[in-house]
Design a protein around this ligand. Sequence first.
Ligand code: TXA
Ligand code: MG
Length: 369
Amino acid sequence: MTAQILLPTAENIAVAADALQRGDVVAMPTETVYGLAGNAYDETALAKIFGVKERPTFDPLICHVPAVDDAQPDWLEHLQQWGLVNVAALAPLAQERMRLLMRTFWPGPVTFVLPKQPSVPDLATSGLPTVAVRSPRHPVAQALLRAVQRPLAAPSANRFGRISPTSANHVIAELGERIGYVLEGGECTVGIESTVLMVEPDGRVRLLRPGGLSPRAMAEATGVPILPPVVAPISGDTPIPSPGLLASHYAPRKPLTLLPGPLVALTAEQLQTLLSPTEAVPRLGLLRAAGSEEEALARLRVAKIDQQTVVLRTLSATGDLSESARSLFGALRALDDDPRVQAIWAEPVRDDGGLGYAINDRLRRASHR
Ligand code: TXA
Ligand code: MG
């Protein structure tokens, strides 16, 4: 049985909400990526999420909440009432900063990690004393959250370590045989996961995962300083500040190599060594960050590489980073599914410290073996 794609009508939202109330899991659209949702307070539903994704339980989930109607919502109060966040564990400065950041950017593509209330199941937080919370901006996610009236735990709706889904069909390709419903919400408008920020009880705010919102833009808009990540956890015995940040992630099945720079910055010799066909890789997929097809083909000619051996895909011809983020996972998936392609090479995008940094982070992890 393949999952049913439900158009987001009122009746279908009710069908999905009903399934969630019964402890089932449902894939829902958000503005970042599609999520695999389950009732955050139902251990059976949480266990299903981990099972369906084949996700290790040391990787905690994000709990999604509906938006508050008020013009000046007190999000912390809201999170307290939903039984998620222990507001009293936050010093006044932390509370003030949280209220400001949430009022400014929620609903939206940013997640906050905050001290949790004891009622949040350990399975949702991997036993951590903190819980990750987000109110997504997508109207279908909001309609579902309002209908269920419970926080929904939802990781990206892909098998563990694989490319995140940005359309209902991507979800079907990843989990179609394992779940009942996918709510249709169109193509995700952001296209990469939310930015995850850790809020220390004393009020320091730290980046854990780059994503859909630029930390610099957030700091500029609110005056709240956002500290850089501690160190990228790779492996070994060091404690992992954000357990989900594994070195290998978002990975296609085919090997992916990140080029050391844009095509135009590489010499003919470098291009030859990197892109020339070999017996093992007679044809490769080239994921370009920006620029025209003619420009790419001209570079290949300079390096004397036969264009027939290269399948091109460009994230954004004009180098627009929002467009690049939107097309990233779909383009990776298309090259991964293209039977002509044996291996994938990707150009890094322009690093603006925001979306560009987040996209390169995904490409780096996709390339890690
Ligand atoms: O955009 C998104 O965030 C999407 C949509 C569906 O909302 N969700 C998503 O979930 O990307 P997931 O499970 O793929 O990534 C959640 C990550 C974890 O891997 C972990 O790095 C971090 O959030 N996280 C969650 N809870 C945490 C906690 N208590 N402490 C530190 N990091 C946490
Ligand atoms: Mg994920």
